[in-house]
Design a protein around this ligand. Structure first.
Ligand code: FCB
Length: 461
């Protein structure tokens, strides 16, 4: 398989992870508990009843893991900071021992010539803040700004790019309405409040980072998916409009246009959405950013069916949305493989974000077999190689068509704690044996290394 990417030499190739998914040992160096510790410890919430206590043990294997990252030949490494390690109770002065770890990580990356890309919030809210209302409470956004300032103070001279929040749709909707992510609530009104406060946190976080004088670019990471109406009736198109509203426009319109879309506001009005929007909030949320990260996995295919989403909480204010899966190849999580959706979403993002640099901050797939266990030290994962090849090509196509996409990051560097799916869903290009913590490069990692070494053209498979 050959893929010619024709991407410019300054295009940023990277791999992504997040703190709770890989680090383990949350208690080390005075760290506190997050909502994911609580959620994972609640029976029935996470497949297999597992949590992030050990995960990929990265907290203790960091130096070796950075060597592994370097061996891939990437330009950048995107990781997240654990808020409860930095502020165990979610407020007050920094726990410097918690920050020391990230300080060492950043230095180790730079020593190896890898650019550190930092996400401040990848879902591990300090439990104490949840106890005081969590994201549905405005106060949490203010606390986030303090936390951002503490991290900026320590790392602001070396981080190359900052994302305030990662996939706020997941935090708000999956966390507070669908109840399938921490903190596991099923309250649509709380979810729409959380949505606004996550955006406010982003805006306040941007200001805090800039006030601290960080040298790197500043932005956020969204997960917009193109929406397809799986039916031709007007109500099918309305279902698609609603999903596009809640999944996509609810997030990037306020950041880049300074307003919530009228139709989304109307859809969410019965849930009290407007009550949370203060007079000056939109100016805070829409201050200029340098970058927009996009996490892309698939499209949403939806049609109207009365009451289909009334119980599952996926689309607050829209009870009649049925998600359907298109034919064709699917990943182990049942997600349709649709690389052209990535080209499409990059075009959509460029239209909204204008000249702001776009980065594919996450893209990858879980596949069941045969990458379960190494055989003679080899993990052959041809489906993932094809997946990555086709999505890299889709990214390059968008660039050829004029979209200012500046980087591509594989999700994920290594197998990890896949949230409610536990350790069963393996997204890594590096296999992790969770018993021994042995790391083994899968064929996809070898493929990615060849792609980067070859300057954009590689034979594989
Ligand atoms: C994204 C998350 C990431 C990972 C991938 C598979 O939604 O940002 O942490 O779980 O999905």
């Amino acid at each position: 398989m050959t893929v010619r990417t024709d991407l410019p030499p300054d295009f940023v190739w990277g791999v992504s992870t997040s703190a709770y998914q890989i680090e383990g040992r949350v208690d080390l160096d005075g760290g506190g508990r997050s909502i994911w510790d609580t959620f994972a410890a609640t029976p029935g919430r996470v497949r297999g009843g597992v949590g992030g206590e050990v995960a990929a043990d990265h907290r203790r294997r960091m130096v070796d893991d950075v060597a592994l990252i370097a061996s891939l030949g990437v330009d950048a490494y995107r990781f997240s900071i654990s808020w409860p390690r930095v502020q165990p109770g979610g407020e007050g002065p920094a726990n410097q021992r918690g920050l020391d770890f990230y300080d060492r990580l950043v230095d180790e990356l730079l020593r190896r010539g890898i650019d550190p890309v930092v996400t401040l919030y990848h879902w591990d809210l300090p439990q104490e803040l949840e106890d005081r209302g969590g994201w549905p409470a405005r106060e949490t956004a203010l606390r986030f700004a303090d936390y951002a300032a503490l991290v900026a103070d320590r790392l602001g001279d070396r981080v190359v790019r900052w994302s305030t929040v990662n996939e706020p749709w997941c935090s708000a909707i999956l966390g507070y309405s669908a109840g399938v992510h921490a903190p596991g609530l099923r309250d649509p009104s709380a979810a729409v409040a959380a949505a606004h406060h996550l955006l406010l946190a982003h805006g306040l976080g941007v200001a805090a980072l800039r006030d601290a004088g960080v040298t790197g670019g500043v932005g956020l990471t969204l997960n917009p998916y193109p929406v397809v109406a799986a039916g031709d009736r007007p109500e099918d198109h309305d279902a698609a409009r609603r999903v596009d509203g809640i999944a996509n426009r609810l997030w990037w319109d306020p950041v880049f246009r300074g307003t919530y879309p009228d139709d989304v506001r109307a859809d969410l009005a019965p849930l009290g959405f407007d009550d949370h929007v203060g007079d000056t909030d939109m100016a805070v949320i829409s201050q200029p950013v340098d970058a927009l990260g996009l996490n892309y996995y698939r499209r949403h295919h939806v049609r109207h069916e009365a009451g289909a989403s009334a119980e599952n909480g996926m689309w607050p204010g829209s009870p009649d949305v049925l998600s359907v899966e298109p034919p064709g190849e699917h990943t182990a999580l049942g997600w349709a493989v649709e690389p052209d959706g990535l080209t499409e979403v990059l075009h959509q993002a460029a239209t909204v974000a204008g000249p702001v640099g776009l980065f594919v901050d996450e893209n990858g797939a879980a596949f069941q077999d045969p990458d379960r266990a190494p055989v003679d030290g080899v993990v052959d994962d041809p489906a993932r190689v094809r997946f990555l090849r086709d999505h890299v090509a889709a990214t390059a196509l968008a660039r050829t068509e004029g979209v200012e996409v500046r980087g591509y990051f594989v999700w994920s560097l290594m197998d990890n704690f896949e949230w409610a799916e536990g350790y069963e869903s393996r997204f890594g290009i590096v296999h992790v044996d969770f018993e021994t913590q042995q790391r083994t490069l899968k064929s996809s990692a070898e493929w990615y290394r060849e792609l980067l070494a070859g300057g954009g053209a590689v034979e594989a498979g």
